[in-house]
Design a protein around this ligand. Structure first.
Ligand SMILES: Cc1cc2nc3c(=O)[nH]c(=O)nc-3n(C[C@H](O)[C@H](O)[C@H](O)COP(=O)(O)OP(=O)(O)OC[C@H]3O[C@@H](n4cnc5c(N)ncnc54)[C@H](O)[C@@H]3O)c2cc1C
Length: 376
């Protein structure tokens, strides 16, 4: 087991950090201009194949780069939106779509000419993915299917050009009869309602998506009809393993900033950082971040080794989201009044990271996945 980074990885990390530091903060994923700029940096295609315009990185290098982007100051909204685009949509196509669909969409997704999203959650509940009410009615003899129903809380939804959608076969008697579809958003009958009341990640746009008898060709089914559950698990393995990597980098950046701020602040007994209560609180957060980082690398390593297990992504997602919330809460408390005034973005960070407890499946759902592997 080797925990050191290679020279090539160190160069990738340095380059990503510098590019994030230089990136125009006025560009946010809520605006279309962000996407080609992020695409030009290579960020939208980190783990996509080179022949589809990607960087061809493995999962471990991908999370190292994402972490470096967070460390370099890219906003959490940008990190999250790019993650939903790359891991939730583009990787689903790369791993499960046919050659024509891949050739049509992956170069555009890698360059930012097209924006991707993953639409799983439904208004009656996102955790119960086997009980979806978005229905795919396959033609008995015809070339396609008709899609009806509503998805909600879809990150990138207001701007997305392509959605990866799970749908239950109309008339299905078992939750195992779902399909995963690639749905272009310009099809007749598809309607997008932006959601604007979310408390954090304000610049990561979200939407509800309505399918009102949307017609889709059969070649837009990922894998084969009825293989939806397996494909969904594979998509979730990528998303849960990788989407929060950048947030860990951002948390490290905040920890460094708070350490510096408290080093420079004095009370009548001397520097605040020299007082054990403060130093221990920072040390505890450092350890929590590092533990989460190890599970991030373990999850990414399992993806590279093509281990099918769901437990490493679930453990990574659970541990990272908890460490992010603990870290954001702890840093905000340590900075006290300055934290409250959001002078260092710590209050914003706290609301941003709260969403990580639910996105890609709640903590209960991650624990279910981990528990299901205990007896094996
Ligand atoms: C920042 C953010 C981004 C998101 N982006 C997307 C996106 O891009 N695409 C998308 O499809 N969705 C997205 N979501 C939605 C997210 O996936 C859902 O919020 C999540 O899956 C939970 O679904 P729900 O909110 O409907 O809660 P519910 O499923 O209704 O759950 C409510 C509560 O019951 C618990 N619960 C439910 N079932 C079980 C069970 N079997 N065992 C134990 N506890 C259970 C849950 O843990 C939760 O505490 C996003 C959410 C957030 C916060």
């Amino acid at each position: 087991m080797d925990f050191s980074t290679t020279k090539t990885q160190a160069a990738l990390i340095d380059r990503a950090r510098q590019a994030a530091e230089a990136f125009d903060p006025a560009l946010t994923p809520a605006g279309r201009g962000f996407w080609p700029a992020a695409g030009a940096e290579g960020w939208l295609g980190l783990c996509l194949d080179r022949d589809h315009g990607g960087q061809g990185l493995g999962a471990v290098d991908t999370v190292l780069v994402a972490e470096a982007l967070g460390r370099g100051g890219l906003s959490r909204a940008a990190l999250f939106s790019m993650g939903a685009h790359l891991f939730g949509c583009a990787m689903a196509l790369q791993n499960h779509a046919g050659p024509a669909l891949r050739a049509a969409w992956l170069p555009r997704l890698a360059s930012g000419a097209a924006i991707g999203a993953l639409a799983l959650t439904e208004p009656q509940g996102g955790s119960d993915t086997g009980n979806g009410r978005v229905l795919a009615a396959f033609d008995a003899d015809g070339p396609g299917l008709t899609l009806t129903g509503t998805k909600t809380l879809v990150s990138n939804g207001p701007l997305a050009d392509l959605l990866v959608v799970n749908a239950t076969r109309q008339g299905a008697t078992s939750a195992l009869q779902s399909s995963v579809l690639a749905v272009p958003t310009d099809l007749p009958g598809l309607r997008v309602t932006p959601l604007t009341s979310h408390i954090g990640l304000r610049e990561a746009p979200m939407a509800e998506i309505h399918f009102d008898n949307v017609r889709l060709d059969r070649d837009h089914v990922l894998g084969r009809p009825g293989q939806g559950l397996g494909i969904l698990l594979s998509v979730m393995r990528w998303e849960r393993s990788c989407i929060l990597a950048g947030f860990l980098g951002a948390a490290e950046r905040d920890l460094v900033a708070v350490t510096r701020a408290l080093s420079g602040r004095q009370n009548s007994r001397g520097r605040l950082i020299a007082q054990q209560a403060v130093a221990h609180a920072l040390a505890e957060l450092r350890v929590e971040q590092e533990m989460a980082r190890l599970l991030l690398y373990r999850g990414a390593g399992a993806l590279e080794a093509d281990e099918g297990a769901v437990i490493y992504p679930a453990m990574a997602k659970l541990a990272i989201s908890r460490a992010l919330v603990s870290s954001a809460r702890g840093l905000q408390e340590l900075m006290a009044g300055a934290g409250w005034l959001d002078e260092m973005g710590l209050a914003t960070a706290l609301t941003d990271v709260m969403g990580t407890l639910s996105a890609s499946g709640t903590s209960h759902i991650q624990l279910n996945a981990i528990a299901s592997g205990l007896e094996r």
